[in-house]
Design a protein around this ligand. Structure first.
Ligand SMILES: CC(=O)N[C@H]1[C@@H](OP(=O)(O)O)O[C@H](CO)[C@@H](O)[C@@H]1O
Ligand SMILES: [Mg+2]
Length: 545
């Protein structure tokens, strides 16, 4: 077939290094940019097949999110804007690892297994982040699409969640939104401005927010969006990419893991600040107090304030909707207690990785999901959206119920339901704080985080660690869970678990306890147990103090 001849010809321009093996992990392929050209070409091929199979537009995003600038990566987006389905993640790995002369066979194998109709049209949307390698790598994706005769649309520089939004908008014939960057800003900002109208007494001071753009794509997009906000949110942008290096000592991942402010930002005590990550799908908030102490408001606190706001509105609207919060094992124990015991909402725990949280959140009328690191969003079932819509039009509903329904409707429109989105989450949180007249300090005081620590341990093969119960317990290696259990017993309010990372070659250790010293000591003791029982390499983990 002519298509395959073209693939053969073009693939020689995107050769694979013999023997190189890469895995489609938690967030797609991610490694040094130098190793990725063939992967990109092949993901262009695969996206084209996926488009033919689903008869819908598929997205390909070139980014390595919070990784260093030298890395890059790629994620595939399915028709409704969600992460690509697991079977196709498997195909992605197969296609990526086929040696050069076996590529056509690997491709034909997928076509056969999935009974792909090769005469079906294909459409692929492509986007990229600001990394210096992203331009040539996204070109390789486009080459892959055209080699199989697919149509592509290159959105150029966009955030990951913007591309998810485009794909969903395109495949819902504009019902979700208009598939342009301008359409995205209009939808979100109009909803934000409608929401903020309900914030009576909101001063200019309260409308001010410092944003750390991680020297990445989020910074560019915040600037692009500014005129749509009509001064209802006044942003001071730091780490805008004009000087600093992408993600270097800044961005949401740095702030969350280091538990300190990013460099490159001037924070006045008490001022509300937030950090995006390198592809703007994560956000965390923070402030420093008058004693210079740093306070982090992570994904758990974000989920809490969102669910509080939504529950109040749902009650006011008199609607009967099943609301839940979805977390992972990394959620701070205080957040889980607060949500279950004080707020009485359903809390579910899933494995790490937003695709897992997303799917569980879909089981409820309103599912708020966040990873502790700030990646998350809120999903509304179709039925819930319809009930809310009907109430806004119900002539018999009283003013209070109608007002609540309208607020819920605008809340739905400000949210990017396809995936966690720093820009959309920021607008929602800013609107909530303004409407509730809540300061960042009051938000922070909803509950107090248990001190916690995350560490990494290098082992020769992290696959020896097998976990269960949403990664909260280990099944192997033998003796590890017993060791963790007895270490945890030595500390107050303590919890600890270990799991192999899906994005790095390490075992992650998490511990929390009543004091920072205790959390640090427990994290260290558990790291030692991992090192000894799971084949640690290099030096034995050292105590933190
Ligand atoms: C503890 C932690 O933050 N883990 C992150 C990290 O996964 P690991 O499998 O832990 O490496 O990267 C994922 C993709 O960005 C993100 O979903 C996840 O939350
Ligand atoms: Mg990211």
């Amino acid at each position: 077939m002519a298509q395959f001849q073209e693939v053969s010809k073009q693939s020689s321009q995107h050769p694979k290094l013999a023997g190189l093996v890469l895995q489609y992990g938690t967030a797609g392929f991610r490694t040094s940019a130098k190793l990725l050209n063939h992967i990109m070409f092949r993901m262009g091929l695969l996206a084209t097949l996926r488009s033919k199979k689903t008869k819908a537009t598929i997205g390909v995003m070139v980014t390595a999110s919070h990784n260093p600038e030298e890395d890059n990566g790629v994620k595939l987006i399915d028709p409704m804007g969600e992460m690509v389905t697991p079977t196709w993640e498997g195909y992605a790995t197969q296609l990526a690892n086929a040696e050069q002369d076996d590529l056509l066979n690997a491709l034909k194998d997928i076509i056969e297994k999935e009974a792909v109709n090769m005469s079906q049209e294909a459409n692929v949307f492509v986007g990229k982040d600001t990394r210096s390698s992203s331009a040539s790598l996204s070109q390789a994706v486009l080459d892959g699409v055209s080699a199989l005769g697919g149509h592509s649309k290159d959105y150029g520089l966009v955030t990951t969640p913007q591309l998810h939004y485009m794909v969903c908008s395109q495949n819902t014939q504009g019902k979700y939104g208009e598939a342009t960057v301008d359409g995205y800003y209009r939808k979100l900002c109009q909803a934000f401005i409608q929401l903020i109208k309900n914030a009576t007494n909101c001063t200019d001071d309260q409308k001010h927010l410092c944003v750390d753009g991680a020297n990445g794509i989020g910074a560019l997009k915040v600037l692009e969006m500014e005129s749509h906000l009509k001064k209802e949110l006044q942003i001071s942008l730091f780490n805008d990419g004009s000087k600093g290096k992408l993600n270097h000592q800044c961005g949401a991942d740095f702030v969350k893991v280091q538990q300190k402010p990013p460099t490159g930002i001037k924070i006045n005590p008490g001022e509300r600040c937030c950090s995006f990550d390198g592809d703007a799908d994560r956000i965390v908030y923070y402030y420093t107090d008058s004693e210079g102490q740093f306070h982090l408001l992570d994904g758990d606190k974000i989920a809490t304030v969102i669910v509080t706001f939504l529950k109040e509105l749902i009650t006011q609207a008199g609607l009967d909707l099943k609301v839940a919060v979805v977390q992972t094992a990394y959620a701070n124990g205080s957040s889980t207690h607060y949500l279950e015991d004080t707020m009485k909402v359903i809390v579910r725990c899933t494995k790490t990785g937003v695709k897992h949280l997303h799917h569980v959140a879909q089981e409820f009328d309103v599912g708020v999901y966040f990873e502790a690191n700030g990646h998350g969003t809120t999903l509304f079932s179709k039925a819930a959206e319809e009930k809310i819509q009907q109430l806004t039009e119900d002539p018999n509903a009283n003013d209070e119920r109608k007002r609540a329904a309208l607020l819920l409707q605008n809340t739905i429109n400000v949210i990017n339901q396809t995936v966690g989105d720093a820009i959309s989450d920021m607008l929602l949180i800013e609107a909530i704080l303004a409407i509730k007249g809540m300061t960042v300090q009051q938000w922070d005081a909803i509950y107090t985080d248990l001190p916690n620590r995350q560490l990494k341990v290098k082992v020769s093969d992290r696959r020896v660690i097998d976990t269960t119960d949403a990664e909260r317990r280990t099944l192997s290696p033998a003796g590890l869970q017993e060791a963790i259990d007895s270490l945890v017993k030595k500390h107050k309010l303590a919890r600890s678990f270990v799991r192999p990372s899906g994005t790095e070659d390490v075992v992650r250790v998490y511990a929390e306890a009543d004091t920072q010293e205790s959390a640090d000591a427990l994290a260290h003791e558990v790291s030692l147990a991992v090192y000894r029982l799971a084949g640690g390499v290099g030096d034995e983990p050292k105590p933190l103090h």
